[in-house]
Design a protein around this ligand. Sequence first.
Ligand SMILES: Nc1nc2c(c(=O)[nH]1)N[C@H]1C(S)=C(S)[C@@H](COP(=O)(O)OP(=O)(O)OC[C@H]3O[C@@H](n4cnc5c(=O)[nH]c(N)nc54)[C@H](O)[C@@H]3O)O[C@H]1N2
Ligand SMILES: Nc1nc2c(c(=O)[nH]1)N[C@H]1C(S)=C(S)[C@@H](COP(=O)(O)OP(=O)(O)OC[C@H]3O[C@@H](n4cnc5c(=O)[nH]c(N)nc54)[C@H](O)[C@@H]3O)O[C@H]1N2
Ligand code: SF4
Ligand SMILES: [Mo]
Length: 810
Amino acid sequence: MSKTIDDLLVRDISRRSLLKNSVKTGVAITAVSSATLPFVSVQAEPTVAGTPGAKETVRHSACLVNCGSRCALKVIVKDDTIVRIEPEDCKNDDVFGEHQIRPCLRGRASRWRVYSPDRLKYPLQRVGKRGEGKFKRISWQEASSIIAKELTRITEKYGNESIYYNYQSGAYYHTQGTNAWKRLLNLNGGFLKYYNTYSTAQISVATPYTQGTYVASHFDQVKNSDLVVFFGMNLSETRMSGGGQVEELRRALEQSQAKVIIIDPRYTDSVIGEHAEWLAIKPTTDGALVAGIVHTLINENLLDEAMINRYCVGFDSQTLPESAPANAGYKDYILGLGDDKTEKTPEWAAKVTGLPAVRIRQLAREIANAKACYIAQGWGPQRHANGEQTVRAIQLLPSLTGHFGRPGTNTGNWPYATSYGVPKLPEGTNPIKTAIPCYLWTTAIDTPETITPTKLGLRDADKLKTGIKFMLNQAGNALLNQHGDVNRTKEILADESKCEFILVIDNHMTPSARFADILLPETSYLEANDLVDNSYASGSHNYMIAIQPVVTPMWEVRSTYDMCADIAENLGKRQEFTQGLTQMQWIEKNYAEVKSKRTYLPEWSVAKDMGVIDQQIATEKQSIALADFRRDPDANPIKTPSGKVEIYSARLADIASKWELDSDEKITAIPEFCPSWESHLDTKALEKYPLQMIGFHTKGRTHSTYHPIAQLREAVPDEIWINPIDAAARGIQSRDRIQVRNDRGIIEIHAKVTNRIAPGVVAVPQGAWTQSNNEGVDIGGCINTLTTLRTSPLAKGNPQHTNLVEIKRI
Ligand SMILES: Nc1nc2c(c(=O)[nH]1)N[C@H]1C(S)=C(S)[C@@H](COP(=O)(O)OP(=O)(O)OC[C@H]3O[C@@H](n4cnc5c(=O)[nH]c(N)nc54)[C@H](O)[C@@H]3O)O[C@H]1N2
Ligand SMILES: Nc1nc2c(c(=O)[nH]1)N[C@H]1C(S)=C(S)[C@@H](COP(=O)(O)OP(=O)(O)OC[C@H]3O[C@@H](n4cnc5c(=O)[nH]c(N)nc54)[C@H](O)[C@@H]3O)O[C@H]1N2
Ligand code: SF4
Ligand SMILES: [Mo]
């Protein structure tokens, strides 16, 4: 008889284990109806039962989610139960680098993730239709053997290129998780690769054409700036850690008191936190704003063209490559001498962007007259259908105005972190070289023959042999929730003749987990051992944290290191996988490697119980991007073919002539503004769906992680932001329940009527768990029910912020 997850959680547990677990956590027996599962589940307060007089002890962990930060957690435990979570102590909060790596509201709430009724407790095998959410409990031995058999069967039948490790970012372990799985798959002969990420597809593909490599100055440099211009950069929500960039920027601004201007369709928390001026731009139009700015700079003689020609090619016709047609430079484009014969005056830009022409002119003068202007873009502006153009246009501004390679300046990009340098479990080498853009995995299941190099960006092969047949989804919810077009994705996944096997490993019964054939429960990071680096967004601040299980891992949850070792054994490769080491021994080995370079560190026997072991700040030299290039561009060329900033890219001109593009798509040699499909300039689509809808990364979650925590849902409610003008036209008030629709689906969500969003634009916090009602309406309010599987022209990246919708009150 098939069983639902309710049966498993409630009825299948023996009375004995039920009692044992409920004593331990107080929540294990909470019933979770599968009908309400993806939504907010009722949570019970973990009760501290057991030994009378038990003492509180302190244990150390870290929050390993993908918010770019990495916060140390001081966990107060009593009788093997987490009582509360505090920030770690610090040496001296006044000193940058000795300061507190303060966790945000999510990290502080993470005991609720551990004790959530949605926790996966045992290995499960699907018994109903795929996606239905019906599973039976199996043993770890059975699970390992089934996985090894399927891996062997599918590899033998279709080849290793049919095995796929899906994009994911749920837990940045060093010795379990991703590295363990990839190590296992590599031992099995490899797997189909992907390139890009859901975060930065457009910026990572477009940047090399203009700047050679992606580089940026640490925010610390803002201490030397007098002006800061941010395009869609919302550090106050996306970098909330005390060990992250919001803290670095705050300290730098305190020193320089620089003026901050933030260009964003929303008046974000950062506008408030940075005392900034807000310019409410329409989504997808930053490239037009840049053009309007450059028009003013030319018109008012504010550019040093000799300087520009020293560092850049393709601004004017003098520096165009030979292959370029006449009048193909950016200056000609701006002055209306290019193909489109349109002068990019501030008045032209005002019509496109929604910003006043007078403010565009003023902004140009402010940037030109600044002593050191720090220009950066978040990744929201590029997560669009014309994102590549936006990226390159913003990158032009520092080059044209000379605000690069000097103290207080930047490159137009968002800096990463200087990492501390903690090693990871080696992945091994993947013999398969073929790679697809990560957003196209659904296409690689459904219509693999359509993925070619010139149509959909296939790399290192002319076509795919079979498409994806085995899907491995570890610590990710992009099998459904975080991917585009949820309704279409469900159909593709449900077809068992296409993708034949789906393995999911998670902590929670997420919308993706429900599509698993085998579903495995991993430890949460509060139950794991590891040694971890600061993450990619801590800026110049870098550090190393030892994490330890703060409580005994509950139920049958396990580290994926041990799971992979067992599967390897079934494949006859245990020794090759482990090299005779336990996970703990790998951790010790990694520490020894770090200590060999930093001899001042304590012995591991001491370090393993310290939580934060060491904190450092990058040197000034590491902090200013392009400093050598600025000083002497001939001696220190950047990594473009010309060695200079390529405003005109001959490589892009070549791609544009060879790739197959749709009639509404464009790749151009210079970063001209290309109106986007499904934007306010797509007049045909606009008739049916008159509002532009963007998503944003909310402080209430990290993507979909932390979603089922009721306290967070109450503190940061999921609401769609609507301007009062658009709300009044539809009779909508704050807290009204509304439907948002387009051809791909319908979601329900509460309204937030606010002047904090530009008219004509609505914004939905991304990451809410999708949940369909009987009519197919997503009452969970997941934005990806409305997003598209179409990709951007050059990067073939996810345009998840480019959507047109209509809304109505229910
Ligand atoms: N709290 C929290 N923090 C996170 C995450 C999270 O889920 N929650 N996710 C982490 C991850 S993995 C990533 S990749 C980063 C994401 O960081 P980003 O990609 O930068 O975050 P977004 O919120 O998507 O976009 C940033 C801002 O861009 C604005 N924006 C959207 N479209 C446009 C446009 O066309 N032009 C301009 N000028 N602005 C635009 C949005 O309103 C938003 O305020 O955040 C990381 N940090
Ligand atoms: N519409 C829209 N969609 C977006 C975005 C957007 O801006 N708009 N942003 C995109 C971006 S930038 C990103 S990076 C992706 C992120 O997408 P994902 O990488 O899928 O991130 P999460 O949704 O946080 O899913 C992480 C999963 O890991 C699980 N997890 C957490 N800890 C552990 C652990 O220790 N072990 C295991 N096995 N599992 C664990 C969590 O329960 C969760 O299900 O989403 C993308 N999707
Ligand atoms: S979600 Fe990010 S900022 Fe918040 S505690 Fe975790 S690592 Fe720190
Ligand atoms: Mo991301």
